[in-house]
Design a protein around this ligand. Sequence first.
Ligand code: NAD
Ligand code: LMR
Length: 337
Amino acid sequence: MVKVAVCGAAGGIGQPLSLLLKLNPLVTELALYDVVNSPGVAADLSHINTAAQVEGYLPKDDGVTKALKGAKLVVIPAGVPRKPGMTRDDLFVNAGICQSLAQAIADACPEAFILVISNPVNSTVPVFAETLKKAGSYDPRRLFGVTTLDVVRAATFAATVAGKPEEAGKYKVPVIGGHSGTTIVPLLTQSDPALPSSVLDNKEKRDALVNRIQFGGDEVVKAKDGAGSATLSMAYAGAEFANWVLEAAFNGKPSKVQTYIDLSANPAGKKIWEELGKEVQWFSVNVELGKDGVQNILPIGKVDDAEKELIKAAVEELGPNIKKGVDFAGAPPSQKL
Ligand code: NAD
Ligand code: LMR
């Protein structure tokens, strides 16, 4: 029996993500929590003839506790999305939502895997960590910032540039770092299949590909023209990531993924922390998922000089993003947003 809870389930991401989770055979119970409209979304999804039993919860009658009680995995797409002209850092207003959800998880399902989608991921995941630490229920192996959309985009855009857009599903391009602009570091030299030298050795083409992966989110924000940011591709990416965690934890199928984690989640993280100049405790790295979540942190692998520069720039920007989240969660209530 695997109960999964979605917090922010009635939103642009929450609805299609809940639909995809309803289709996942590993999910037997699906709890949909939101501050509005979740009972309607739940009623709608509950008519689909798959195994998961769906229930919707609102804040009244302590709905958040009911939704979370017994959950083995909680996915969090709660919070405000960007509008044109905004950076993800402008979404730091979401920190308060993340803090209250982290507290609710600590109270109701302290052993659940926690998948944070709410932006700015670079800061909101440390907010979760610090809040869980205060509540005495922090296990860094179980807390993940979902950066899968960057990996999905990297595969799509790399295949396109390679002239094989229809083969996007075969492409694996590791993306490490964080989840905003220059903190997103695609490792194009590690692409599998390899990118043609006409791309890798052509600075203009290569820079353009890196830029498109780093700023893919802006492309969607601009196209939606005030109506939000990526929702459908994010729902796909979030459902994929949730499935990998569930497969590893409950179906004995480990996998290698990139996700934004606390490098202290595994002893191997220390080496990466040192490689990154001891500047950042949080980084999206190659992770082997197992029954307890982060089973191993794998090396970044061989990178060339251009990628070293990208990593350096990412570290510089990530440091303050992380500090902002840590400071927020540690500050007394009067200083909160
Ligand atoms: P949305 O506004 O459509 O939906 C957000 C939902 O959260 C709403 O239904 C809202 O009622 C709900 N909500 C607000 N406060 C809540 C609370 N305290 N508890 C539970 N639910 C609450 O926004 P969206 O487009 O679905 O985006 C959600 C978040 O995901 C944004 O912060 C966005 O930037 C982020 N995002 C992240 C990624 C990523 O790659 N990690 C990708 C896309 C979007
Ligand atoms: C994305 O990468 O699409 C999300 O982080 C949403 C955004 O604000 O761009």
